[in-house]
Design a protein around this ligand. Structure first.
Ligand code: ADP
Ligand code: ASP
Ligand code: MG
Length: 417
């Protein structure tokens, strides 16, 4: 029998009414003759609530400063949201006369690394599910976002991780397709919450979706796109609220003609840090970025400016949440004499806006058009990075929405190619 993976995100299982609506869509696929593997998220808001509880539990006597917490226990707590929704959906499906069974990560098992809070899936042996499907199971309801480490403890895959669970099951169980049901009816040219002019794409190339996701379009977790691309999983994003056709994420060759720029992404919680006046010598970048990497700071953009006195300013961007850790790592390394700088300048009020499109490979002047547009809007660009298929700029956070809307207009994204 052909197999299908259907993933329902937080808003799609937010309460029993939504869970029943999901069950109707699942039954339709069972009636079409599929063995269905359903992957569920926690109810919307639930994972945030659980993360908040761990923060509070770890606070010191002042109840203000979040303390150290054991990442294994963080996982034990935050993985629980998905247990509830998987069980509830199985009950609702059974009430509809469907042979459904819930599966927690360790029961399948979803084997992961032991990087608690950001574990990576290593393997999903299909024997247990195969055996149950061969008996009488019609639907397996999998708790997304979770797995089991080699030592048997529960792990989680990082925020938004049930997308990755879904794609991993599609690959491991040879599913015909992986359908991601969410609160939008597909992948748009930009976040439809930012501009009503955003247009739904019929298809998008893996490479483009990978860039958009890693640049802030949270409609799919970056790793899920990576995994789908590597395993050639047919990935579709569609709405759990209606029956509109969704967006297919597919190989570039399957797309006929597209605009030069396919989409605009943005990421709100960015920060820019500059080490002013460091020595311009071989090894300086390694000296600076090693302690940052050791502290787990996710460095994104990097710019180095040589000044006349033979010294250099080193600027980098990272998530706002990483700033305290970055600051401490740099100050400690300076105190150890690994390098010197005159000042550490922090700007925690910036956002990143990016344009993405495989058409950029064969078109000149795309970056120039982007910069001209920002200039006309009076928006100052703080840092620029480019790759073959994207241009990203860092701007003051208060200009983020304006910049997205303006670039969406400038590259005529509301029009089809
Ligand atoms: P789920 O809980 O179903 O996983 P998410 O909130 O993680 O849903 O992702 C869906 C959201 O992604 C949408 O509500 C939308 O605001 C946002 N989004 C950002 N960029 C895009 C885009 N280019 N196309 C569609 N949605 C986008
Ligand atoms: N519930 C988890 C989160 O909010 C996983 C997911 O929804 O994909 O991050
Ligand atoms: Mg999500």
């Amino acid at each position: 029998m052909p197999r299908l993976v259907m993933k329902f995100g937080g808003t799609s299982v937010a309460d029993l009414e939504r869970i029943r609506a999901a069950a109707v869509k699942i039954k339709r696929e069972v009636d079409r003759g599929y063995q269905v593997i359903v992957v569920v998220s926690a109810m919307s808001g639930e994972t945030n609530r659980l993360v908040g509880l761990v923060d509070q539990a770890s606070m010191g006597a002042d109840a203000k400063t979040p303390g150290f917490f054991d990442a294994r226990e963080y996982d034990a707590v935050v993985a629980s949201g998905e247990l509830v929704t998987s069980g509830l959906l199985a009950v609702v499906l059974q009430e509809m006369g469907i042979q459904a069974r819930s599966w927690q990560g360790w029961q399948v098992p979803v084997n992961t690394t032991d990087d608690h809070g950001a574990a990576r899936i290593e393997s999903i042996p299909s024997d247990n599910l195969d055996a149950k499907f061969a008996e009488d199971m019609e639907v397996a309801v999998i708790a997304g976002f979770q797995g089991v480490a080699p030592d048997g403890r529960v792990t989680t895959l990082g925020r938004g991780g049930s997308d990755t669970t879904a794609v991993a099951f599609a690959a491991a169980l040879n599913a015909e397709r992986c359908d991601i049901y969410t609160d939008v009816d597909g992948i748009y040219t930009t976040d439809p919450r930012i501009t009503a002019k955003a247009r739904k794409l019929e298809r998008i190339a893996f490479e483009e979706m990978l860039e958009l996701a890693s640049l802030g379009a949270k409609v799919l977790q970056t790793r899920s796109v990576e995994l789908a691309m590597r395993n050639r999983v047919r990935l579709q994003v569609l709405s759990s609220f209606n029956d509109e056709p969704g967006t297919l994420v597919c190989a570039e060759e399957e797309i006929m003609e597209s605009n030069v720029v396919t989409g605009v992404a943005c990421s709100r919680d960015e920060a820019k840090m500059t080490l002013i006046s460091v020595a311009d010598r071989p090894g300086i970048a390694a000296a600076i970025f090693t302690p940052l990497a050791d502290a787990g700071v996710i460095v994104d953009m990097i710019v180095q400016n040589i000044s006349e006195d033979g010294r250099t300013d080193m600027t980098f961007s990272c998530p706002v949440a990483d700033v305290p850790r970055a600051e401490k790592a740099l100050e400690d390394a300076k105190a150890r004499g690994e390098f010197n700088y005159r000042e550490l300048d922090k700007d925690t009020d910036v956002a990143k806006v990016s344009i993405v499109g495989i058409g950029m490979r064969s078109h000149a002047g795309v970056a120039q058009k982007m910069f001209k547009n920002l200039a006309d809007d009076g928006v100052n660009i703080k840092v620029i990075t480019t790759s073959e298929i994207k241009v990203s700029v860092l701007v003051d956070r208060k200009y983020m929405e304006l910049t997205v809307q303006s670039l969406h207009d400038a590259f005529e994204l509301e029009r089809t190619a």
